[in-house]
Write a protein that binds this ligand. Structure first.
Ligand code: SF4
Length: 353
């Protein structure tokens, strides 16, 4: 068919082939690396202090509270004796000392932290024992009492992953609609042989189950981890980090394995059956571990310690400023940061900013 001449394009109107989209000529848009806010603030990892300040806009501290809970790993429900590192003599129901009320403990703790750190707001941290090891009818008034204090802006509840039945998670979900809630789950390691060694009384599948049932409930999960367990290689420990990254936990607390007096672990250390990590061994491991965690994950602790009179070994963890400084120095020496080996898109040097 002939095309009428008036419909033919003139030379001026002829499309320039270079203006036309062509698969061969398209240049994909380069996505700039996303730099998390904590890195823009000059940090090497997502510290708890920084997280709290961003979230609440003021200085926030945790107040440790004793709800009088025992532990199913101590009273014989799961096992007896408890974890090898746990000084759980005071958790035994028959030896439970009379406690102050939650309100009285809060008042004391808040007064001390206000004078020492000028803290303004507080997270009520139910810490010793297994803090979900009771019926909802007993848990609710304890948690509610803590929230009644005008300076308390959240709850942290420490427990075992095999001790969070649905009614308890429903209660925590309900509380999380009103306040900020952390569920702190003792994972320690993903390796069942290590969990057996420490007489933990549960395996890794309990943590997976607790995580799966916690999704979408409105509270955050913090996993407690121990580095330096006997028989675990560097690769074993980093496999735990990779799992936490995969599961998307919101926070991690790292502890070096340490021994307090009058525990089975203290006996093993004293007899030379268990060797604890030296500071020089621990520090690179911590950095390796944090490198594998995603940027959103909050690092609540980088090492553990105990009161000097209770701690057998290692004594290096008593010098907190020195340990923190050593960890910072290792991050700087490597010019690395949290998430560097977790997400390739995050490979952006602080020193090149
Ligand atoms: S689960 Fe916790 S409270 Fe219970 S024995 Fe182990 S460390 Fe101690």
């Amino acid at each position: 068919m002939l095309v009428p001449p008036r419909l033919l394009p003139t030379a001026d109107a002829m499309p320039d082939p270079l203006d036309q989209p062509s698969a061969a000529l398209k240049v994909p848009a380069v996505k700039p690396p996303h730099i998390p806010a904590w890195r823009q603030a000059g940090l090497r990892y997502h510290t708890y202090g920084w997280f709290l300040r961003q979230k609440f806009g003021c200085r926030v501290h945790k107040v440790s509270l004793d709800g009088g809970f025992t532990c199913p790993n101590v009273d014989g429900t799961v096992a007896v004796g408890g974890c090898v590192f746990c000084d759980n003599r005071s958790f035994s129901p028959s030896r439970r000392l009379p406690r102050r009320s939650i309100a009285a403990q809060l008042a004391l703790g808040i007064d001390r932290l206000t004078r020492r750190y000028a803290a303004q707001r507080f997270i009520a941290y139910f810490q010793p024992g297994t803090n979900t090891y009771a019926p909802v009818a007993r848990l609710r008034p304890l948690f509610e009492q803590a929230l009644e204090h005008p300076q308390v802006i959240g709850l942290a509840i420490g427990t075992r992953p095999d001790c969070v039945p649905e009614p308890v998670l429903d209660l925590i979900t309900e509380l999380a609609r009103r306040t900020y809630v952390w569920l702190e789950l003792g994972l320690q390691t993903i390796h069942d042989r290590s969990l057996d060694w420490m007489n933990r009384g549960h395996h890794y599948d309990a943590f997976l189950d607790a995580m799966a049932r916690s999704r979408g409930r409105g509270y955050d999960v913090c996993a407690h981890v121990i580095l330096g367990l006997p028989g675990e290689t560097r690769e074993d420990m980093l496999a735990t980090a990779a799992e936490l990254a995969r599961l998307g936990v919101q926070a991690v607390k790292l502890h070096n394995l340490y021994a307090v007096h009058q525990t089975p672990l203290a006996d093993d250390v004293a007899a030379g059956r268990v060797r604890l990590l030296e500071l020089e061994e621990y520090v690179p491991l911590v950095v390796d571990f944090i490198e594998r965690l995603p940027p959103h994950c909050v690092i609540e602790r980088t090492f553990g310690d105990a009161p000097p009179e209770m701690l057998l070994a290692p004594r290096w963890c008593l010098d907190r400023p020195a340990v923190r400084k050593a960890i910072e120095a290792e991050f700087a020496r490597r010019d690395t940061w949290q998430g560097r080996t977790c997400d390739a898109a995050e490979t952006y040097s602080l020193q090149r900013r």
